[in-house]
Ligand binder design. Structure first.
Ligand SMILES: CC(C)(COP(=O)(O)OP(=O)(O)OC[C@H]1O[C@@H](n2cnc3c(N)ncnc32)[C@H](O)[C@@H]1OP(=O)(O)O)[C@@H](O)C(=O)NCCC(=O)NCCS
Length: 218
């Protein structure tokens, strides 16, 4: 299949609402009824740990069809050291443009920038079936646990150069901004077109199962 004509570039202030709407379209009813990721993106940009150089949009014929963002976060290593890492997400591609390789291209492009900027590793919570295709491995393989010291099936890591995390395990602390205030989401959502809320979709059910897959440290 011919590769789609896509420009990857940093998001600009005049793109903000279009990008937020695209994120809402991609996530709507996907992991839960409605979604909060458009609001999350909205508040992330003002956060000190947000990395503007890694706020990338995919543009097709003047239309924003994809977006990925990153936040600085940390691993408290079992060796007593603190490792600054990146948290990836949200990442979104407009539904009608999905499965055309855009998500993969955004991942490859931003990982290269992140490596050049000197970041060690990227972590995320997401579906291993997708991210394993793009260089991510279960965080458990590197001994990395959640902040409350559990191995989580959804937690994945991609070292940006070999041995970047020194082979030490540790606890991963993501930015508290990811714990979104649902009341604020409802208020923010009023500025977007009305969309029907659907519960119990197959993707919501899969997410429920995946996010419940935790294991205590032996
Ligand atoms: C996940 C997402 C960004 C991928 O973007 P994309 O441009 O569709 O990705 P690509 O074209 O590079 O890859 C598509 C392939 O990944 C698969 N894929 C996409 N999401 C997947 C998932 N959650 N689990 C498993 N496979 C997935 C597709 O089925 C497709 O497979 P195929 O090539 O065999 O048809 C996009 O599907 C999206 O916006 N989804 C809704 C929001 C979301 O889930 N974001 C990620 C949160 S962790």
């Amino acid at each position: 299949m011919k590769e789609m004509d896509i420009e990857l570039r940093v998001e600009r202030p005049e793109d903000y609402r279009e990008t937020e709407n695209l994120v809402r379209e991609a996530f709507w009813n996907h992991y839960s009824p409605g979604c909060n990721e458009h609001y999350l993106l909205h508040i992330m940009r003002d956060c000190q740990e947000f990395v503007p150089e890694l706020n990338i949009v995919a543009v097709h014929q003047g239309k924003i069809v994809g977006n990925v963002v990153y936040m600085k976060s940390r691993i408290e290593g079992d060796d007593g050291k603190t490792y600054e890492v990146l948290s990836l997400g949200p990442i979104a591609v407009l539904p009608e443009f999905q499965s055309a390789g855009i998500g993969g291209r955004m991942l490859d492009y931003t990982k290269k920038i992140a490596r050049d900027m000197g970041f060690r590793a990227v972590l995320l919570c997401g579906d291993p079936d997708y991210y394993s295709r793009h260089g991510f491995i279960p965080a458990e393989k590197l001994g990395i646990r959640t902040a409350d010291n559990k191995y989580a099936a959804a937690l994945q890591v991609c070292e940006l150069h070999e041995g970047a995390l020194s082979g030490t395990g540790g606890r991963y602390y993501e930015n508290s901004i990811y714990e979104v205030d649902e009341t604020a989401v409802k208020e923010f959502d009023k500025y977007f077109p009305v969309k029907a809320i659907v519960t119990g979709t197959p993707s919501q059910q899969r997410f429920q199962i995946l996010s419940g897959m935790f294991r205590d440290v032996d």
